[in-house]
Design a protein around this ligand. Structure first.
Ligand SMILES: [Zn+2]
Ligand SMILES: [Zn+2]
Length: 172
């Protein structure tokens, strides 16, 4: 969805719409959309700067990086962005530190779909977890510990690991 900067109304353009993205657009390779991403955005031109403010909501399914179980990952993210015209990109050396990751637009246009996708990707954790305390998969039986399919870990894992480790240490 391309926004023509020169056609923006002075008070800004308010949009509310759903964006369909493919899973392969996402930085998280195992993510699947449970419903389309919804964005409510205001786009304003102030001088030569484009101010983009809004909120994204989405529901995705992630795969836990510890126990490999799919889980629901809700997104509700606010953003407040400033885009400068591309012509200023060459002056980036002169920009202060807090503008190091300054964003730019070109050709008097802003691709709102790309903006929403970038913001969505920024909400994703580096290592998705179904729960912060997820104990993952039992090293003994291979079952997911959280679902209590495994009864051996709590009782036996320490013993098993100790048995493996102690002889190694003795040799050293
Ligand atoms: Zn997990
Ligand atoms: Zn087990």
């Amino acid at each position: 969805m391309i926004i023509d900067i020169d056609r923006l109304p002075e008070e800004g353009l308010c949009l509310a719409r759903d964006f369909e993205f493919l899973s392969l657009d996402l930085v998280e390779e195992n993510a699947v959309f449970l419903e389309p991403a919804h964005a409510e955005v205001t786009v304003r031109l102030v001088g030569e700067e484009i101010i983009v403010r809004g909120e994204i909501t989405a529901r995705l399914s992630f795969v836990c990086s510890r126990c490999l179980t799919p889980f629901e990952f809700p997104v509700a993210s606010r953003f407040d962005l400033v885009y400068l015209p591309e012509e200023l990109d060459g002056f980036s050396d002169e920009l202060s530190d807090d503008k190091m990751d300054q964003m730019f637009y070109s050709g008097r246009q802003l691709d709102l779909r790309a903006v929403v996708l970038e913001q969505l990707n920024l909400t994703f954790p580096a290592k998705p977890l179904c729960a912060p305390e997820c104990e993952g998969i039992c090293a003994v039986c291979g079952e997911v510990v959280r679902e209590s399919k495994c009864s051996c870990l709590v009782k036996e894992s320490n013993t098993v690991w100790n048995k493996l480790k102690i002889p190694m240490r003795d040799k050293g």
